[in-house]
Structures are given as C-alpha cells and as structure tokens.
Design a protein around this ligand. Sequence first.
Ligand SMILES: [Zn+2]
Length: 197
Amino acid sequence: MKELKCSHCGSTLVIDENKEYAKCDYCGSKYKLKDDLNVNINLDDTMKEVINTGLGAFKNTSRFMVVPIILFVIFFIAIVMFGIFSSIDSKNEFDDNRNKIEESIKSQQDSALKERFNFQFSGDNGTKNAFFLRDTLDTIVESNKTNERIVTLVFDGKETTDEKEIIDIKHSLDGDYEVSFTYDDDGYISKIVVDKI
Ligand SMILES: [Zn+2]
C-alpha cells in the first residue's frame, strides 16, 4: 500500500487503527477516510483508490463473517434461554409438588386435630340426663384449660366460659336436658347448648 500524503503539506499521514481517520503529524490536518469519501476527503485519486480497495476488502470480510457470527450468537442465546427456562420450569414444578404435599399434610393434620378435639364431646349431644351432662360440663372445663380453642356453654340461653359458673351449673343440674353443638367456621365444636326439657 502506498503511503498517504497530506494534501496541505505533503507529509506522510498517520492512519488510526480503525482506518477511519488520518492525521498529518506535521501540519495537523485531519482526514476522515470512511464515510462520504468524496465529500470529506482531501486526498488525491490514487490515495482514494488505495483506501477504497482497503475498505472494500475490509467490508467484504466483515460481511462474510457477520452472518455466521449473528447465527452463532442467536444459537448461543437460544441455548442459554432454553437452559434457563427449563431449569425455571423444573424448579416451579418441584415447588408446586412440594406445596401440594405440604398443603396435604397440613390439611390432614388439621383434620386429625379437629377430630380429636370434637371427639371429646362425642355422644354428648341429644337428650341427656343430669348424670351424663355433668360429665360433659367437666369436659368443657378441662378442654378450656388444655386447648387453645374455647368451648362456650350456653345454658338456658346464657353463655359462659367461666370455670366457676360452669361448675355451679353442673351442681344445679337435675332431670333431663336437650344438648346440641354449634361449630365454628373451621368445623370445631365452639358452643354446647343445653336447655332444660
Ligand atoms: Zn500536512
């Protein structure tokens, strides 16, 4: 390749590594080599030809390389995305299954707790003699001491959870009573309703 000469002073031009600009070290003139070659450049025809040939070769090379590079990049991104999405998918699936199992265990535990809680009053509803009802009232007192859930006694329309009041009622019992249960939203016995027959 011929040396490029400054059209102002004739010194040799220094071309930058991108072959985009040339500069005259002697007089400071600057030349843009790539874009608008005909408008911006002060070089003579021989030099233009040299530069064009150089740039043309460079452009051809890059055009030749660009397609495979883009294809490779797309392929690479696709592989990476596929990997990310499949690992997200399997993680979500794993979490879903774990949540289902945990929910199922929790619901079984809830249901077992509920059965055990309600079981302590099993058979206590219906028409009951004072003899049996005293046991029920003892169970209410005992349950209210040991469980977080409190059972309310509704006796003759009056509600109480007070241990002393329930014991007093227990001692006043005589004859037959109608006993029924009221359940809370979770299905636990929350009230035991007692009415004198
Ligand atoms: Zn110069």
